[in-house]
Structure formats: C-alpha cells, structure tokens
Write a protein that binds this ligand. Structure first.
Ligand SMILES: *Cc1c(COP(=O)(O)O)cnc(C)c1O
Length: 426
C-alpha cells in the first residue's frame, strides 16, 4: 500500500503543528508508523491522499453515526450556510435541536449547548461545585472527560495511550480536589463516600467506559453511585459524550435506566460539527447564568450551521436506523470472535449498541488495570495488518470503535476477511 503522500504531508505538518497533529492520538504513536492524511470520506469509507480506500470504524471518534457526508444532512447544512454562519444571538435552529434531544431523552429538562465535550464536562462540574459549595470531584481511573485540568488525573484515551498518569501543567491545588477511584469497584466507592462524602460536589462517570477500551460499567456500580450521591447531597453526572445516541438509543441512561442529575453530550449530537451540551434537572441547570450565578458562555455556542447539522443528523437517526446499526455491530463482533477462536488468538470482543472494542487478553477486562495488561504490542501489529487490508480501526487499544448506518454487510464481510488474514499472521 502506497503511503508516500501521507508521509510527505506528515513531514510538512510536523513543521507546523507539534507532532504533526492537532490532537495527540491521531499521531499513531501507540501503534507505530505515520498517520494517514485523509483526502475525503464518503459513507463507510475514508480515502487517504494516496488514493487508498478504508472501511472506517473510527468515524471521527464516534460522531458520524450516519456515515460520512450523508446527503440529506449536507443539503440542510448548505441551506443554512446561506442564512449566515454565526449570529451571537438566539435562533430557532437551537430550539429544533434542543427540543429533539429533550424528546429523545425526557429526563433532560434543561440543556446548554457548547462546542466540545471538554467544555460540557468542565462546565458541568463547575455547576456541581457552585450548587453544592463543595470542592471535590470523584472520577474513575481510565475514564476520560476531556482535557480540562480537573480531569487530567489518571485519565483514559490519549492520556492513557501516551502513558501520562497526570498531565504536567495541572497545579497540585487543582489535581488534589479530584479523587480518582478504580472503575467498577463498589468497595472503593463506598469507602470514598464514608471518608469524603461531605466534601464531594459530584461523581462523574462514563457509565459505559469507552476511553480505556470499551468497558461497560456494572449496573450495581452505577446504581450505587446514584444511591451514595443522593445520600451525600452530591450531584451525579453521567458523561455521555461518547455513549449518547451510541450505546443505546437513549444512551447509557436508557440502557441502565438510572436517573442522573446532569449528563454531558457531544460527538453524535453535532453530526461532525463542534457541538456538545450538558443538561439535566431544571433545578440545577437553572443555576447557571443568566438565571443563576454560575458562569458559562460561548461565542459560537448554538452555532446555526452546527445546529442544522446536529438536528438533521439526529432526526435521520430513527430508532429503526439505530437498531439496524446495532444488529450490524453484533454481526461484526461475533464474526471477529469466531475468527479469534479459529486462529487461537486470545481476544475479548466487547460491543454495546453501535460501539465495539477488543482487548488482546485471556480474561475479561473490567477496569483500567486489566486494560493496561492487555497485549498492546499485539494490538499494534493487528492494527498495522488491518490497515494494510483496508480496514481503519482506532490506533490504540484504549479507544473504542464505531459502526454507522452506512456500513453494509459487504463492508463487514470484507472487514472479517481482513481480520482472518491479520489473525493468521499474528
Ligand atoms: C470525547 C470525549 C470527551 C471530550 O470531548 P471533546 O469534544 O473531544 O472535547 C469527553 N468525554 C468523553 C466520554 C468522551 O468520549
């Protein structure tokens, strides 16, 4: 497979951007080699600048649930463009997307649009701290909630891929207020509340963790967070930036039937544009400015083009379209399991809704420790072999993979053939 042009672009990019990229995991450091530079994308495919075609399971790290460049979404975006690209004033487009999210997720009583998942989680914990007048935030080791200071403590995603336990540049006074507990560990959670309950502003969790590989939270674990936070007067925040409209039609909240105080959304709700949101119970959300004294703002928040894209994307993501995508995900994962067995490869394949992941591991992976112990070298090798066969999966075992409604069974069979070949060479 020719990579000349990608390699040339990467060289040039390195003279402009640190490490040649604008977000770390894109650099392919966890799997070796240079990243591919993308020329264009259509449906389930990515095309790189050398003209290679790939079946894409990264999908911009989740957002493109209808596949790339869906015609109906693009048409609405084009229409919107001619009406101006940003107003800095309210517009009906915000209402359309906000209303649709509320219809699909009825527990969200009030919502605020922001521009990235990082902003959503950062603002949600400020809200929790402002409401409770308490300093501490509880998160779980290996969960990723964006790159704001409070969350760069034992985080997942790129932070894990690069082996950075705690980012430099985060002052100890801030890091100290973040308590990081092992995921799926009821005892640690209970002990933490016994010792610190009165200081805890909130617990934030990826109820289905997607940034240390894909690891679903146990239902009792999620329910215990709800119970303990209620008892302690802390807020319960579910970070659904990745899982919203992905893990289940109603996200992790729908899957577990829990009742969080706040949730964070992102990725799918923007359909490939920079949109995220946080929302939840009105009694809490109404404490942000302009109604309350907890400040949060954004020049481009509720951007009309992004709202048009997000609305059309979600509107087209009907329950039926979603369910078909879930079926395809299950088909692919069962196929991969069968092939691992055929080739004697120790592999854990995990799927939830339209998300999937795998660990080169003998035993099931329940938390970040297990995920770290999976064979990352073997993953890197498999990643390279799959790429060679035209299959683009996330370039780190700590990342989840995704399906879109545009993936055909033909794509899936082609992918399985690539896995068959890759496994035979491991
Ligand atoms: C991607 C992600 C974020 C951060 O979103 P950005 O838009 O990259 O800032 C936060 N939380 C979770 C669970 C995510 O997957």
């Amino acid at each position: 497979m020719k990579r000349t042009q990608s390699n040339d672009y990467f060289k040039e990019a390195e003279s402009i951007f640190p490490g040649g990229v604008n977000s770390p995991v894109r650099a392919f450091k966890a799997v070796g080699g240079n990243p591919l530079f993308i020329d264009h994308a259509q449906g389930s495919y990515l095309y790189d600048v050398d003209g290679n075609q790939f079946v894409d399971y990264v999908l911009s790290w989740g957002p493109m649930i209808l596949g790339h460049a869906p015609k109906d979404v693009l048409e609405k975006v084009q229409d919107a463009l001619w009406e101006g690209t940003s107003y800095g004033a309210p517009s009906p487009r915000e209402i359309k997307l906000g209303k649709l999210i509320k219809e699909r997720l009825p527990f969200v009583e009030r919502i605020r649009m922001v521009n990235s998942g990082t902003e959503a989680t950062m603002s949600a914990i400020r809200l929790a701290r402002g409401i409770t007048k308490r300093p501490k935030v509880v998160k779980f080791i290996g969960c990723y909630h964006g790159h704001s200071d409070s969350f760069l403590v034992q985080a997942g995603s790129g932070v894990a891929s690069f082996g950075i336990a705690d980012s430099a540049g985060v002052i100890p006074e801030v890091a100290r207020e973040t308590i990081a507990l092992p995921y799926n560990d009821l005892d640690a959670l209970r002990t933490c509340f016994e010792e610190h309950g009165h200081e805890i502003a909130c617990v934030i969790v990826e109820a289905i963790a997607g940034n240390m590989g894909l690891i679903p939270g146990h239902k009792e674990f999620i329910e215990e967070i709800r119970r303990l936070t209620t008892e302690a007067g802390s807020l319960f925040i579910i970070d659904e930036v990745m899982t919203g409209f992905r893990a289940h039609y109603q996200g992790a909240v729908g899957l577990y039937k829990v009742d969080p105080d706040l949730i964070c959304l992102g990725k799918v709700i923007g359909g490939g544009f920079p949109v995220a949101a946080f929302g939840g119970k009105a009694q809490y959300m109404n404490q942000i400015a302009p109604l309350g004294d907890i400040y949060q703002a954004g020049t481009l928040s509720g951007n009309p083009i992004a709202m048009a894209a997000g609305y059309e994307n979600l509107r087209l993501l009907t329950k039926e379209v979603f369910d078909h995508t879930v079926e395809k995900t299950a088909y692919l994962c069962q196929g991969i399991r069968n092939l691992a067995e055929k080739h004697g490869v120790a592999l854990q394949v995990v799927s939830v809704g339209t998300m999937f992941g795998f660990f080169f591991s003998e035993k099931p992976v329940l938390n970040f420790e297990d995920s770290k112990q999976a064979d990352h070298q073997l993953f890197a090798k498999a990643h390279g072999l799959l790429l060679q066969e035209g299959v683009y999966i996330a370039p780190s075992q700590y990342e989840s993979n995704f399906l879109s409604s545009a993936h055909s069974y033909e794509d899936l069979d082609r992918t399985l053939a690539a896995f068959d070949k890759a496994f035979s060479q491991l």
